[in-house]
Design a protein around this ligand. Sequence first.
Ligand SMILES: *Cc1c(COP(=O)(O)O)cnc(C)c1O
Length: 388
Amino acid sequence: MADDHTDAYRIDTQLIHAGEPSPRIEGAISMPVFQTAMYEFAGEEGYHAVRYIRLNNTPNHLALHAKLARLEGAEAALVTASGMAAISTALLEVVQPGDHLLIQDSLYGGTHGFVSKLLPENGVEVDFIDLDDPASWAAKCKPTTKAIYVEAMTNPLLEVGDLAAAVAFAKERGLVSLIDATFASPVNFRAAAFGFDVVLHSATKYLNGHSDVVAGVVCGRAPLVERITRRLDYLGGTLDPHACVLLHRGMKTLALRVRHQNALATALAEHLDAHPAVARVNYPGLASRPRHARARELFDGFGGVLSFELDGGLDAAERFMKHTRLAVTAPSLGGVETLVTRPATTSHAGIDPEERRRIGIDDGLVRVSVGIEDAADVIADFDRALSA
Ligand SMILES: *Cc1c(COP(=O)(O)O)cnc(C)c1O
């Protein structure tokens, strides 16, 4: 059903037009919701071809799959019920009992829990690697190693690992390369076109962008996405058609939102970096940051998330967070409203405090996900709260 005339267009145009039904359904300009669980039998062959919401093949799913594949420069795409459904289903397909997985050491909390508990319970061996030290990876490789898994940027320190080395390492050794590209979004980084075999997103964040849907994306090489889709057909982590339509609508403004967020986060990071009460700012867009040159080479923008520490430590951080008026204290990221959170109490609360400090997450570290408000208003809000 997808039209095939949009390959040459840039991402802003693809977000609007790629994968849209052609001809338009009853002339509809926006994607209608197909709120029907099953469809009249039309001679489909095989279980996975039967049209049914759980089998990820309604018109709402197919339109999203076509749009997402085009955006990423991927052969195929799949939407899932959450980012974790995308990550867990993909990993369960790529690494089987007896296989070995190499995975970066600082991970999204849910992924960390999944690979350190559920994968080993399923007979998969897991080793953590430092993504900034490719020379150390070979020693951890085994005859059973099947895949290497990385994230585009780490949370909450926004470090950018050697993604090019990860792709090259996987190609040399015949491993499947997987990347969680949530923090970058396809506007800043097209990971499938860059060379990753499987690209994962929590669409809950930038892709939907309005803090009102939980969804995930798998995209990449067609045979792999096909296998992952069949596994999802059985595991059942399917996105509901209503959520499909919300995601579809949210994605249309992705480029506008992310470019604004890139600019707002850069302005805020520079402002905080020069602020007398701020001890340290983590943002790959700051020219003084260690991996700035690498981030500039990889990405078209540095994203909407940054983190910082105050001279006054934990007390000052708590005082700051109590006094923001615009910025809301809440976990998660990628929405249109600016959010602040203290990772020690949210995303990294499950980690032993000593270990947390060792990996650079101070109790007073504040993470910011900028929204699409006016930069001057957000900066004034931060200044007011910093001097409270
Ligand atoms: C939020 C997030 C996830 C999990 O996504 P859900 O949609 O909450 O399941 C995975 N990876 C990263 C980097 C995230 O930020």
